[in-house]
Design a binder for this molecule. Sequence first.
Ligand SMILES: Cc1cc2nc3c(=O)[nH]c(=O)nc-3n(C[C@H](O)[C@H](O)[C@H](O)COP(=O)(O)OP(=O)(O)OC[C@H]3O[C@@H](n4cnc5c(N)ncnc54)[C@H](O)[C@@H]3O)c2cc1C
Length: 292
Amino acid sequence: LLPRSFEYVSPTSVDDAVALMGEYGEKAKPLAGGQSLIPLMKTRLASPQVLVDLNRISSLGGIREEGKAVVIGAMTRHREIERSEMLRSRYPVLADAAPVIADPIVRNRGTVGGSLAHADPASDWGTAFLALGAELDIQGPKGKRSVSIDAFFKEPFTTELRSNELLTHIRVPKPGARSGSAYAKLKRKTGDFATVSVAAVLSLDAKGLAHGVRIALGGVGPTPVRATQAERVLEGKAAEASRIAMAAEAAASDAHPTEDLRGSVRYKKAMVEVYAARALGRAVERARGGKA
Ligand SMILES: Cc1cc2nc3c(=O)[nH]c(=O)nc-3n(C[C@H](O)[C@H](O)[C@H](O)COP(=O)(O)OP(=O)(O)OC[C@H]3O[C@@H](n4cnc5c(N)ncnc54)[C@H](O)[C@@H]3O)c2cc1C
């Protein structure tokens, strides 16, 4: 399998990349880890005439603290997130998700920005960052803007990004005291996308009531989706086992899967309930300071 011929440019700054994207317009596509784009080009499902390689732009890499947020560069590899102790301690949902994405080869090359921009409905990062309420920094010919991840995913493989814009950074709010998060993914085998996945983020007040509950589901809709009914069941309530079970049941109603090779609608909804209970249970345990 060979892609159609294309031009290749490799700018060293975001400004230069954006200028090139503006110049070539619809003909150009940014290249990040290439783990989704290159297979699409080989099968000719995508045939960009110009590849704007982002790999030499050092300002798109790295993980840093900035005020009330942790900022992750779009070119940060899955593997770097997997290995970051700072992210592991603050956002266990990311530490849970990283090692179950694809396989080690894909994780060494694939990037968090590429994953969000590609917008697979079962994207592990899409689901995890949706639960975290991330803000996405975007830069295009008209300047910079920031979009909430809640408004980012539009349809399968379609986002708020215009064809000449780059996703530059992912901004994650720092969690408060007694916060916990977790990710639970059902996959058929290593290297597979999620059949269903659930990301849960919450904090507990002094009385043990849950607040800031955000639950996201992967693989059960056209994009990663919020489980809003489930969130309402738990928000402001004591995070006890019976309440978690009720929220998990509600998450199954929030899920709108379609039947495919990974399973029937009924099976996927049942699995959402099981995995939501696991993710919520672990997030609560972590918020209490346990090891879960
Ligand atoms: C065998 C295999 C198994 C996989 N399994 C999983 C899995 O279990 N879970 C999962 O979540 N993913 C999985 N993936 C996808 C993987 O995570 C990819 O790395 C990811 O989807 C794309 O990231 P990338 O950096 O490789 O992007 P690329 O392939 O380089 O780009 C993907 C798309 O995003 C655009 N793009 C890239 N970066 C930017 C940017 N900064 N701004 C604007 N647009 C941009 C590109 O133009 C392209 O359209 C798998 C991939 C493979 C090959």
